[in-house]
Design a protein around this ligand. Structure first.
Ligand SMILES: *[C@@H]1O[C@H](CO)[C@@H](O)[C@H](O)[C@H]1NC(C)=O
Ligand SMILES: *[C@@H]1O[C@H](CO)[C@@H](O)[C@H](O)[C@H]1NC(C)=O
Ligand SMILES: *[C@@H]1O[C@H](CO)[C@@H](O)[C@H](O)[C@H]1NC(C)=O
Ligand SMILES: *[C@@H]1O[C@H](CO)[C@@H](O)[C@H](O)[C@H]1NC(C)=O
Ligand SMILES: *[C@@H]1O[C@H](CO)[C@@H](O)[C@H](O)[C@H]1NC(C)=O
Length: 508
C-alpha cells in the first residue's frame, strides 16, 4: 500500500455491499484454523474467515432488486445515506463458486479471477459474529505462503487493520462482522459502500478504469500493519500509522487525498522494508535465497521489550532453515540493518528523498500502540488500478531512473501491472496462506537445520542462561544474536533461549 491510492483501487465483484441482512443465501464462513503459541507450545483455535461486505450482493431488504449495480446506486432505494442503509441488505456469499475462496484445515487459497469476480479480501474470525483480535505488541506472527502462482502486478497481502471487533455493529449496521463490515486502512479508502452505518453515496463517482468500483466523499481510516505485500518477484513489510485510534470516517483534508497526501490523519507511504528496494536484488524471488517458487514461512517479530515498539524483525524459514532478512545495501543507511526501527525509517526517507510522514504520524511507537489495542487480520488478493503495483515490484515512479535511490523495487516491467493485462493473462493466479500462528516471540517457529539454504541457523543458541534478579520485565528480550542489552530478568523470570535470534524473560 505504497503510493497514491493502493487499496482504494481494489477491484470489486459485480455484486456489492450493504448494512441490513439479506436472506437469499445463508452465510457460512470457511473454516481456517490458527494457532496461539507460548514457550510451552501451541494451541489450535477454531477460527474462520469472512468475505468483506463490499464484495457482497447488496439488494433491497424486501426483494432481490439491486441497491447497487456496476458502480451506480439505485436512486429510489438510496436517496440519502441513512435511508440507503435501512433499505439495503448484504447477503450471504458463495465463497468458492462466486469468489474463488477456499480453505482446508489451516490453509486458505484466494484465486484472482473467478467468473465476473476480481480479487477478494477476507478477515480472520474468532467466532460467527466477531473478528479475531490480535494484540501483537512484543509478540510474533508467523504464516506460510505459497505465491509460486502469483505474478507481476498482483499482491497477495496479509496485514492488520485496526477495525472494530464487531465490524461496527449498530442500529444502522445490523450486518456487522458476520458479513465483513467495518473495513478501514491507512489509505483512508473511499470505495467502501458503507462507513459507520451510513451509505457512502454523497458525491459517489464511478472509477475511470473499473466498472465495478467507485468512491464516495467518506474515507475510512485506521492504523495498518502490512506484514506481507508480495508476489513471487518482490515483497514488502510496512507499518503505516494514523494519528487517531480505531476507525475514523474522514472527509476532506483528513483523508489525505491527492495534494493533501501528507496532511491527512494517516501515513500513506509507511516505512517499508522491501529487500530488493533496500539493495539486495537476489534475496527473494524464484530460485533465490528465499525461493518463491516453493512455499516458505514468514516470521515477523514486534519487539517491545519495555512496552514501546522499537523494532519489527523479519525471519524466513524454508526447508527447515532459518534465514535472517536481507541486510540493507543503500548509501545513507548505516550501519546496514535487516529490520525496521525508527532510525532505519529516518535514514531511508532521507536516502530516498521521501517525505517522512511515518515519523510525523507517530512512528513505531504509534504502530505499537495500535498493536497493543488489537487489530484484525486481513488477507487479500488484488491488482492495482491506480499504480499497477509498480511501487511493489517494478520501477516507481515509472518515469524515474531505476538507478536513482529507492526507485527500483522489483524486477517487473513498468507496463506489467496494467489491470487490463493482468486480469487476462494472470486470471488463473492465486495465493495460498497457511499455518497462521501468533504468540510469544520465538514460540511460533523452529529450525530443523536439515535444509539446503545458504544461511543456516543450526548453530546453537549463544550465551549462557542468565540468572534472574535484574531489571528486564517478563517477556522482554534478554539475549540472541546481535543482542547487546542486559541478559538479566526480574526475579521470578529466567532468561530462556528460544532460538538463535531471541532469548526471552519467561516467568517461572
Ligand atoms: C420495499 O421497501 C421499499 C423501501 O423501504 C418500499 O418503498 C417498498 O414499498 C417495499 N416493497 C414492498 C413490496 O414491501
Ligand atoms: C466471540 O468472540 C468475541 C471476541 O473474542 C467474544 O467477545 C464473544 O464472547 C464470542 N462469542 C461467542 C458466541 O463465543
Ligand atoms: C460534493 O461535491 C460538491 C461539488 O464538487 C462539493 O461542493 C461538496 O463539498 C461535496 N460534498 C462532500 C461531502 O464532499
Ligand atoms: C514524472 O511524472 C510526474 C507526473 O507527471 C512529474 O511530476 C515528474 O516530474 C516526472 N519525473 C521525471 C523524473 O520525469
Ligand atoms: C542475523 O541478524 C543478526 C542481527 O539481527 C546478526 O547479528 C546475525 O549475525 C545474523 N546471522 C546470520 C547468520 O547472518
Amino acid at each position: 500500500m505504497f503510493p497514491t491510492t493502493s487499496l482504494i483501487s481494489l477491484c470489486l465483484a459485480a455484486f456489492v455491499a450493504g448494512q441490513q441482512v439479506g436472506t437469499q443465501m445463508a452465510e457460512t464462513h470457511p473454516t481456517l484454523s490458527s494457532q496461539k503459541c507460548t514457550a510451552s507450545g501451541c494451541t489450535t483455535q477454531a477460527t474462520s474467515v469472512v468475505l468483506d461486505g463490499n464484495w457482497r450482493w447488496l439488494h433491497a431488504t424486501n426483494s432481490t432488486t439491486n441497491c447497487y449495480t456496476g458502480n451506480t446506486w439505485d436512486a429510489a432505494l438510496c436517496p440519502d445515506p441513512a435511508t440507503c442503509a435501512s433499505n439495503c441488505a448484504l447477503d450471504g456469499a458463495d465463497y468458492g463458486g462466486t469468489y474463488g475462496i477456499s480453505s482446508t484445515g489451516s490453509a486458505l487459497t484466494l484465486k484472482f479471477v473467478t467468473g465476473a469476480n476480481i480479487g477478494s479480501r477476507v478477515y480472520l474470525m474468532a467466532n460467527a459474529s466477531s473478528y479475531q483480535m490480535l494484540s501483537l505488541l512484543n509478540q510474533e506472527f508467523t504464516f506460510d505462503v505459497d505465491m509460486s502462482n502469483l505474478g507481476c502486478g498482483l499482491n497477495g497481502a496479509l496485514y492488520l487493520s485496526e477495525m472494530a471487533v464487531d465490524g461496527g455493529l449498530s442500529a444502522t449496521n445490523k450486518a456487522g462482522a458476520k458479513y465483513g463490515t467495518g473495513y478501514c486502512d491507512s489509505q483512508c479508502p473511499h470505495d467502501l459502500k458503507f462507513i459507520n452505518g451510513q451509505a457512502n453515496i454523497v458525491n459517489w463517482t464511478g472509477a475511470a478504469t473499473d466498472p465495478n468500483s467507485g468512491s464516495g466523499s467518506l474515507g475510512t481510516c485506521c492504523n495498518e500493519m502490512d506484514i506481507w505485500e508480495a508476489n513471487k518477484n518482490a515483497a514488502a513489510f510496512t507499518p503505516h500509522t494514523c494519528t487517531s485510534a480505531g476507525l475514523t470516517a474522514c472527509t476532506g483534508t483528513q483523508c489525505g487525498d491527492g495534494a493533501d497526501r501528507y496532511s491527512g490523519i494517516c501515513d500513506k507511504d509507511g516505512c517499508d522494508f522491501n529487500s530488493y528496494r533496500m539493495g539486495d536484488k537476489t534475496f527473494l524471488g524464484p530460485g533465490m535465497t528465499v525461493d518463491t517458487s516453493k512455499p516458505f514461512t514468514v516470521v515477523t517479530q514486534f519487539v517491545a521489550a519495555s512496552g514501546t515498539l522499537t523494532e519489527i524483525r523479519r525471519l524466513y524459514v524454508q526447508n527447515g532453515v532459518v534465514f535472517n532478512n536481507s541486510e540493507t545495501n543503500i548509501a545513507g543507511i548505516s550501519p546496514a540493518v535487516n529490520s525496521i526501527t525508527d532510525a532505519f525509517c529516518n535514514q531511508q526517507k532521507t536516502a530516498f528523498g521521501d517525505t517522512n510522514s511515518f515519523e510525523s504520524h507517530g512512528g513505531l511507537a504509534a504502530m505499537g500502540a495500535a498493536l497493543k489495542r488489537g487489530m484484525v487480520l486481513a488477507l487479500s488478493i488484488w491488482d492495482d488500478h491506480s499504480a499497477g503495483m509498480y511501487w511493489l515490484d517494478s520501477t516507481y515512479p515509472t518515469n524515474a531512473s531505476a538507478s536513482s535511490p529507492g526507485v527500483a523495487r522489483g524486477p517487473c516491467s513498468i507496463t506489467s501491472g496494467d489491470p487490463k493485462t493482468v486480469e487476462g493473462s494472470e486470471a488463473s493466479n492465486s495465493v495460498t496462506f497457511s499455518n497462521i500462528k501468533w504468540g510469544d516471540i520465538g514460540s511460533t517457529f523452529s529450525s530443523t537445520g536439515t535444509g539446503s539454504g545458504t544461511t543456516t541457523a543450526s548453530s546453537p543458541p549463544t550465551g549462557p542462561t542468565q540468572p534472574s534478579g535484574g531489571s528486564l520485565p517478563s517477556w522482554s528480550q534478554c539475549g540472541g544474536t546481535g543482542w547487546t542489552g542486559s541478559g538479566s530478568c526480574v526475579s521470578g523470570n529466567t532468561c530462556t533461549v528460544l532460538n538463535p535470534f531471541y532469548s526471552q524473560c519467561i516467568p517461572a
